[in-house]
Design a binder for this molecule. Structure first.
Ligand code: UFG
Length: 335
């Protein structure tokens, strides 16, 4: 699991282990913290096997694959490792192209050399841009990317499709995440944004904890019921379980290359999220309405039926569960 020490990666390590897999984390810890390994160990009772690897380095990837294949048959690779801040990507596009695209290309090459075919790729609903109709299914057109970050996801999907169409055996699930939120219910792992959080929930929890200025709601003049943007917020544990299901699905195929939406199928506005957070946790979220944020999409939520059927998977957790777990995680971080 490249980037296995990150937010979605760490929750997936837990679910894979519980499902009987032996996940191995490849991470350079440039955007994650080693304390995540302690959290995983607290949940599982064992420390996950971890290798410090920069996935842009073919040499480092080869050495890791060499060492792993000497001991295990690799049932698949889950490629999480990528930078993911939309705003930062507009300021430092090359950082995003080098890391996100470079690591995907090096990884595919290494997989070819070691004859590993099964790949689960972390993609994003950002590939759809502002969809013509919602809920959005996988047949919706790929839109012009709004940011270098979004473009790296499109390019990586394309690279994977091109390699799949070549002679290299590749069996892939492209997982298009909607908005992952929440934390493990144990509060031992969760989202650990380094520095100023860009996403709604980490900013909201930090503002509620008094660590940040009040949350700014980015615009209330959108053509939605309450004027704020609508997203599909999926509990990170449900998302992690989808990766286990995707690996199992790949095991039953040999030549797949398919995209899957991973969301709940429900849209919630920013104000609905704030009010639900207040109700579920019995706290007040300090917030104010501000101007729109550049590049924000008015409304998007998933049609997750394809993943539901293929993976025999569905979301088990509600928005309230995610908001409760997010707040418990924030409090655990401060205690
Ligand atoms: N929001 C605020 N205030 C904040 C932060 C966010 O009002 O301080 C709003 C945004 O305007 C948006 C919603 O909360 O309406 C969600 O914003 P996020 O930044 O949490 O998530 P986005 O939907 O903008 O972005 C996410 C991922 C990206 C991915 C994108 C695809 O973070 O990686 O979905 O649409 F590319």
């Amino acid at each position: 699991m490249t980037g296995g020490a990150g937010y979605i990666g760490s929750h997936t390590v837990v679910e894979l282990s519980l499902a009987g897999f032996h996940p191995i984390i490849l991470d350079d810890f440039s955007n994650s913290n080693r304390s995540v390994l302690d959290g995983i160990e607290r949940i599982l009772g064992t420390r996950p096997e971890t290798m410090e690897v920069d996935c842009r380095s073919h040499k480092a990837l080869s050495a890791a694959f060499q060492s792993i294949t000497a001991r295990h048959a690799i049932s698949g690779v889950i490629h999480f490792a990528a930078y993911k801040a939309v705003g930062e990507s507009t300021k430092h596009p090359l950082k995003y192209y080098t890391n996100n695209v470079g690591s995907t290309s090096e990884l595919l090459q290494t997989m070819g050399e070691f004859e590993v075919a099964n790949l689960v790729f972390s993609s994003s609903c950002t590939v759809y841009g502002q969809p013509d109709s919602i809920p959005v299914d996988e047949k919706a057109p790929i839109a012009m990317a709004e940011s270098p970050y979004g473009y790296t996801k499109q390019v990586c999907e394309r690279i994977i499709r091109d390699v799949h169409a070549s002679n290299q055996p590749l069996n892939t699930a492209l997982l298009r995440y909607f908005n992952p939120i929440g934390a493990h219910p144990s509060s031992h792992i969760g989202e650990l944004p380094l520095g100023h959080p860009n996403n709604l929930i980490p900013f909201l929890t930090q503002a509620t904890a008094g660590l940040r200025d009040p949350l700014t709601v980015f615009g209330d003049d959108y053509p939605t019921e309450d004027g704020t943007c609508i997203r599909d917020y999926i509990h990170v544990v449900d998302l992690a379980k989808a990766h286990v299901a995707a690996l199992n699905w790949l095991a039953s195929r040999s030549e797949a290359c398919e995209a899957f939406n991973l969301g709940t199928g429900q849209g919630n506005s920013v104000l609905e999220v704030i009010h639900s957070f207040e109700r579920v946790n019995g706290v007040e979220v300090p917030h104010r309405i501000g101007p729109r944020r550049d590049g924000d999409i008015t409304a998007i939520f998933a049609d997750p039926a394809k993943a539901g059927t293929a993976f025999d998977w569905s979301c088990e957790k509600s928005l309230d569960d995610a908001l409760r777990d997010a707040w418990n995680w924030q409090r655990a971080l401060q205690s």
